[in-house]
Design a protein around this ligand. Sequence first.
Ligand SMILES: [Fe+2]
Length: 246
Amino acid sequence: MRMSLQAFAGISLGINSLSAKALKANAFNGYLGTNPKLNWDAFLSQIIALAKVQNTKLWKEAEYLAAVKNILLQCNFPEFENVKFAMDNYKNNRPDLFEHTLLHTEIDFQVSLFQFEKGEYISHHDHPEMCGVINVISGEMDISNYSFDKNVGEKVEYKNGDTSYYMQPCILKKQKNEILKAGEVSILTSTDSNIHEVMPNSFAQLVDIFTPAYNSKNEKGTKWFYVKEKNYLEESDKLLTEYFVA
Ligand SMILES: [Fe+2]
């Protein structure tokens, strides 16, 4: 018998204790809002049900991402009390760096709010064995996605005073470039377009959902790619860059 991801998720929905605790806490803190069909907890419950399938044979990442995208498109995040609170209390605490608020996390997934001042951005990085959906809430963002192509040459030693470090040159292949406005969504999968660069054009906000959540393994495995302008190979949509190696 074939069963869709959503059907399976619906049947197997047994919110784990962490999730149940989070939902209870949300209710206590007044996060439920006025629309019971799509308040914060209803939103969270849907993602919990979908994300828990990731460790079963029924997992289909593309279906999951499409379902999450569909849920995100129905959300008006500033109407959720906890998101509104984070937005209302926004302070630009880190000059030249975005502000990050973790809205919810559990093993299966995490939901974050990012707020950028004009000129702040997130440079090229990957998300090992994770997939993500990014929903622009305000402003406009130029998001480029890449896939890892290959390492090129040997690692290079750089000296910094008495210490040295090594960088591995590699090529990234550009997969897509999107200019996203408020309400629009960008997707990256665990195998395709997993590397991205996020460049807001002005003050901007986004909510993203990453599956699974960050943990010690994927945090340690994350690569940040350093690009030199002269290394753009525009004619081939390939980008020569380098990342830290031990
Ligand atoms: Fe990212």
